[in-house]
Design a protein around this ligand. Structure first.
Ligand code: ADP
Ligand code: MG
Length: 739
């Protein structure tokens, strides 16, 4: 557990899933074979099989075939990584591969089945068991969950799923997602809950879950902070961050034929993944000094894990069937390259953004506050005692411990309340007081009681808060208990030992294999010329086949390269065409002035890495709009004699108007019938003139549009719609026509 400064390679393992029902039913040939003991994988390309090509062989840290168990993978490959996270290293696990090859199965697995749980749930168990067995350490565990889809980051734990988050970079904490929510979790159940919520949100945002999940990257982040007393008698905090990454499917998205928006979408979908490939290539190339981390969100976010200070494991998932062989080979080549990435893992000790420190300080502060409250009470209590005549003024309370503090507190409140109640009753029963005075006194007492209650509540709240915060800091054996019994524990240990042994055996075998070839050449002595010829021929054959394999590999890579290049050229063509169109529009339809204005408002946002426009209203920075021409309407004529400025001065330049946010006022339209009825109803009684014989006037009162021209009906002089107070809005019908 030394703070190793030495570099170590990214660990790469390959896992091949079993044939699925469909593949078996369709009778697909299996083209992948694995040598688990040696960590080798052989792929026979059916296309080239006839041309008696040897199978392609790849060697990895370990390989897992279709019989591999989740727990074996965990014990052999992931457990050491999670262990180092618990020591304060950053760790990352990537699952890479074509869609449907078992990335999600490896990362999450089937949650309900303990046998088939993936790395993420297994790591929960591991982390909390570790904490429960720890001594003299305080832990804080929190989890975040995010997704990158089309280069947009979504917080899978936030309430607002429509929001997109941004990446920020700070020298002290590095690249991080701004406003990403994280949940402090106290147990396996709680962190599982967090994961479930995230998974639900993941599918909520997706119109087609299968397609969405195959095109997005999901990152589950567990941060484990541990505080421990160092040899220098100071508390030290180590922070380990575990990134669990389920990458988008590595199959190439078809971009051919796509145009405009669709093309942009298609290029964006796998941008992060191809950027990841470029970063890996640049890292292992050795010649390039520039590593294009900034090309995508994923690579920026996981910069530490690739050539940085984290420990990294990559799981390359493949399928065994013949129709997948191209993708399988691509994946294996990709993984083969990643093997050569060198990281320099480092323990994060006392980082500035440790949440545990903030927690500890906050708890201390609250406790201090609580103590002060108690102190105040104590003083009051003593004062009260003294006022009582000092009957039991002996300092009995001196040796008070924290334990009887609680009890004491409760008693104190009760006492106070009872006292106030007694006083209140005394006032009620006191007949010598005038009613008014009594009411006044009672009011005062009630206020006091209210204050007392409030104070009590505040104290309780504070205590609850302290308790809550303390419960989040996990301490082994106390607030998190290990339930496994001795037997299970031994079993666990044995399993881990076996895993370690297997790993070592594999390493040794790989080394032996390499050495065999070397020593063969050195040690050989030949008894006859014929033997020498035989042996050398054999060797030659071996070397020749090796050469062929390498040549074949070169051909393959070339082919792949060419097809990639063609695709890129096509994209470039499309983009150039689009650019030309935009330029044409710009040249032919946008006046030069406007163009200048716009271009002077443009600026490059370093944080966002995109071009943006400054708002128009910020005049002080916008010189083109600052100076008003002197000849502007209502102002004096130009003073300048300089011919150069004259022309400018008489120009009236149109101002950039900000977009309007208001509307013209429009009177509400009232249906004329309603208006007439209303007006009628609101007229005062004596103003109503009724003339049953005059049909035209009655008609005028009710016919629409003639209301204002009506001659027979007097005006009420009151605005319609505002009845005087007391007048009902709708008076009783009064029968306008007398009998
Ligand atoms: P991906 O996430 O790479 O698209 P999935 O993890 O969804 O692929 O796997 C596709 C299917 O294959 C799932 O039904 C899964 O249960 C199954 N599967 C994958 N790997 C294995 C394995 N090692 N053993 C058994 N079933 C597997
Ligand atoms: Mg998946």
């Amino acid at each position: 557990m030394s703070k190793s400064k030495s570099s170590e390679s990214v660990k790469v393992v390959v896992r091949c899933r079993p044939m699925n029902e469909k593949e078996r039913a369709a009778g697909f040939e299996r083209v992948v074979s694995l040598d688990v003991k040696l960590g080798q994988i052989m792929v026979k390309n059916p296309r080239e099989a006839s041309a008696n090509e040897p199978p392609k062989v790849f060697t990895f840290d370990s390989v897992y075939d279709w019989n591999s168990k989740q727990i074996d993978l965990y014990d052999e490959t992931f457990r050491p990584l999670v262990d180092s996270v618990l020591l304060g290293f950053n760790g990352t696990i990537f699952a890479y591969g074509q869609t449907g090859t078992g990335k999600t199965y490896t990362m999450e697995g089937l949650r309900k089945d303990p046998e088939r749980r993936g790395v993420i749930p297994n790591s929960f168990e591991h982390i909390f068991t570790h904490i429960s067995r720890s001594q003299n350490q305080q832990y804080l565990v929190r989890a975040s969950y995010l997704e990158i889809y089309q280069e947009e980051i979504r917080d899978l734990l936030s309430k607002d799923q429509s929001r997109r988050l941004e990446l920020r970079e700070r020298p002290d904490v590095g690249v991080h997602v701004r406003d990403l929510s994280s949940f402090v979790t106290k147990s396996v159940r709680e962190i599982e809950n967090v994961m479930n919520i995230g998974n639900q949100n993941r599918s909520v945002g997706a119109t087609n879950m299968n397609e969405h999940s195959s095109r997005s990257h999901a990152i589950f982040v567990i941060t484990v902070e541990c505080s421990e007393m160092g040899v220098d008698e100071e508390n030290h905090i180590r922070v380990g961050k575990l990134n669990l990454v389920d990458l988008a499917g590595s199959e190439r998205q078809s971009k051919t034929g796509a145009q405009g928006e669709r093309l942009k979408e298609a290029t964006k979908i796998n941008l992060s993944l191809s950027a990841l490939g470029n970063v890996i290539s640049a890292l292992v190339d050795g010649r390039s000094s520039h590593i294009p981390y900034r090309d995508s969100k994923l690579t920026r976010l996981l910069q530490d894990s690739l050539g940085g200070n984290a420990r990294t494991v990559m799981v390359a998932n493949i399928g065994p069937a013949s129709y997948n062989v191209e993708e399988t080979l691509t994946t294996l080549r990709y993984a083969n390259r990643a093997k050569n990435i060198k990281n320099k893992p480092r323990i994060n000790e006392d980082p500035k953004d440790a949440m545990l420190r903030t927690f500890q300080e906050e708890i201390l502060r609250l406790k201090e506050q609580l103590k002060k409250r108690v102190g105040k009470k104590e003083r009051r209590k003593q004062r009260r005692r003294r006022a009582d005549g000092g009957r039991d003024g002996d300092d009995q309370e001196e040796g008070e411990t924290e334990d009887d503090d609680d009890e004491d507190k409760g008693e104190y409140w009760k006492e106070q309340q009872e006292k106030l109640e007694r006083e209140r009753r005394a006032i009620v029963e006191d007949h010598s007081l005038v009613a008014e005075e009594k009411a006044q006194l009672l009011k005062e007492k009630e206020k006091k009681m209210e204050d007392l209650r409030r104070e009590k509540e505040a104290g309780e709240k504070l205590a609850a808060k302290v308790k809550d915060m303390e419960s989040k800091l996990l301490v082994g054996g106390k607030n998190i208990v290990d339930h496994t019994n001795e037997q299970q524990r031994v079993l666990e240990q044995k399993r881990q030992e076996i895993a370690e042994q297997k790993r070592r055996e594999r390493e040794m075998r790989q080394q032996m294999d390499n050495r065999d070839e070397e020593t063969l050449e050195l040690k050989e002595t030949y008894s006859s010329l014929q033997q020498e010829v035989d042996i050398k021929t054999k060797k030659l054959k071996k070397l020749f086949s090796k050469l062929q394999a390498v040549k074949g590999e070169i051909e393959d890579v070339k082919e792949q390269h060419i097809s990639e290049r063609q695709e890129h050229e096509q994209i470039q063509d499309e983009l150039t065409r689009e650019l030309k169109l935009k330029q044409l529009i710009l040249e032919n339809f946008i006046p030069q002035d406007e163009k200048n204005k716009i271009s002077s408002r443009m600026f490059f946002d370093e944080e966002e890495e995109s071009w943006r426009m400054k708002p128009i209203t910020r005049l002080e920075e916008d010189h083109q709009m600052m100076s008003r021409p002197q000849s502007a309407v209502g102002y004096r004529r130009p003073l300048s004699r300089d011919a150069r400025y004259k022309a400018e001065n008489v120009l009236t330049l149109a101002m950039d108007m900000p977009t309007r946010t208001t509307r013209d006022y429009q009177e509400p339209v009232i249906d004329p019938k309603t208006a007439a009825a209303l007006e009628d109803a609101l007229r005062e009684e004596n103003e109503i003139q009724v003339d049953a014989s005059d049909h035209s006037s009655l008609g005028a009162a009710f016919s629409s549009g003639t209301r204002h021209r009506g001659v027979t009906r007097p005006r009420t002089g009151r605005k319609s719609g505002t009845p005087s107070p007391g007048n009902p809005l709708y008076p009783q019908p009064r029968g306008l026509v007398p009998k």
